[in-house]
Design a protein around this ligand. Structure first.
Ligand code: SF4
Length: 383
């Protein structure tokens, strides 16, 4: 099968036990009956979508159940949804990567064992911090003990591909406490880490708190110290960086996310999910009631459809691809888009290379370590 026909499936569960103070994702605390309505509509959407010719010509190799907090749905319901996806869609491999996001405090050892038996083979655990004060300030529902218990339970359940999400730059966080969190997590042997700097998004309670008191966030020099700690600890822990914010032991890079960074094809299911198939980017309606209604009527759930013009898709592929430490192959880009990158960007490209932000070696361009630290600036020039 051609590379361009490989694809991933993302299934969105928009429920959370409560809303974290920094969260701007499409997620909410469900009302009674809403989980059942979502599951029924997802089942219908899977049936409707799987039969489309543009889906039948794809070969899926990853499924990612994300949220929200998918682990708020019972494990047997998640198992049924997975089984339905396995039966309904065309798969290109007998061993797809099947990930699910779980949050500590929403799933126990029995539930994790059920997920593993059902065929989920990768867990992404939303830990964020192992400091109870930091967790409270973020509005997370779990404690450090629950976070560590979830990691241990996942290992006992037989998961050999565990990712932990952590954040730095948190209110009240010091470089020393970030070091403790990172060191302790690494000691528990996850195969993958996603380490993001906290972003304060407008419209969140955290935004208002910061507007009233900027001093709750660590100063820039402390955030830089946290970044330096990150580099040291992940290197010592044997999890090399493979994307700006992601680290993994050899062979455990997230295949689903690699497909996004390669600007590959993906099908989004559920309210608010985005798809990139059939030459279009389609955004699903981020409203559970409306989503269920549209699915029930057999109508498309898209609120926005954008035709992907080749040049825009090329630029997008460059910007996303540079996030990966492996960088981009100029020959592969030329073959995919019939565009020569150095010629296309001309003086901008030469300047970024001269400034040492981009490294050009043979067929490959990648961000230098300085370019990685200034990634937003580099990407803004190439987008
Ligand atoms: S658990 Fe995740 S999705 Fe849910 S509110 Fe918190 S940050 Fe948002």
């Amino acid at each position: 099968m051609e590379l361009t026909k490989q694809a991933g499936i993302y299934l969105h569960v928009p429920f959370c036990r409560s809303k974290c103070h920094y969260c701007s994702f499409f997620s909410f605390v469900p009302q009674p009956g809403e989980p059942q309505a979502l599951v029924a509509a997802l089942g219908q959407q899977i049936h409707q979508t799987a039969n489309l010719p543009e889906i039948q010509e794809l070969g899926f190799s990853t499924l990612f159940v994300g949220g929200g907090t998918p682990s708020m749905l019972p494990a047997e319901v998640l198992a049924d949804l997975l089984a339905l996806c396995r039966r309904s869609f065309p798969w290109s491999t007998a061993e797809p990567e099947i990930s699910i996001e779980v949050n500590p405090g929403t799933i126990d050892k029995k539930g994790l064992a059920q997920l593993r038996r059902a065929g989920f083979n990768r867990l992404s655990i939303g830990i964020q911090s192992l400091d109870d004060n930091e967790l409270r300030r973020l509005g997370r529902i779990h404690s450090r003990e629950q976070a560590l218990a979830t990691v241990a339970a996942a290992q006992q359940a037989g998961f050999a591909n565990i990712s932990c999400d952590l954040m730095y730059g948190l209110p009240g966080q010091s470089p020393a406490s970030w070091d403790r969190t990172l060191t302790e997590i690494l000691a528990h042997g996850p195969q993958h880490l996603s380490l993001y700097e906290l972003t304060v998004e407008e419209g969140t309670p955290l935004w208002d708190q910061v507007a009233q008191n900027q001093g709750i966030l660590p100063p820039e020099e402390e955030v830089l110290a946290m970044m330096a700690t990150t580099r040291d600890r992940v290197d010592q822990g044997g999890l090399p960086r493979y994307e700006i914010s992601n680290y993994a032991v050899f062979g455990r890079q997230c295949r689903h996310n690699l497909n996004y960074w390669h600007n590959g094809l993906y099908l989004g299911l559920g309210p608010g999910a985005v798809s990139s198939v059939g030459g279009e980017r389609r955004s699903g309606v981020a409203d559970l009631g409306r989503y269920c209604q549209l699915v029930c009527q057999g109508q498309p759930v898209w609120t926005e459809v954008e035709r992907l013009e080749p040049e825009a898709a090329f630029r997008e592929t460059v910007v996303m691809g540079l996030r990966m430490t492996a960088g981009l192959s100029l020959a592969a880009l030329k073959q995919r888009f019939d565009i020569d990158l150095p010629t296309y960007y001309g003086a901008i490209f030469s300047r970024l290379v001269d400034q040492g932000l981009l490294r050009w070696q043979g067929d490959t361009i990648r961000l230098s370590s300085r370019g990685c630290a200034l990634a937003n600036r580099v990407m803004a020039e190439l987008v």
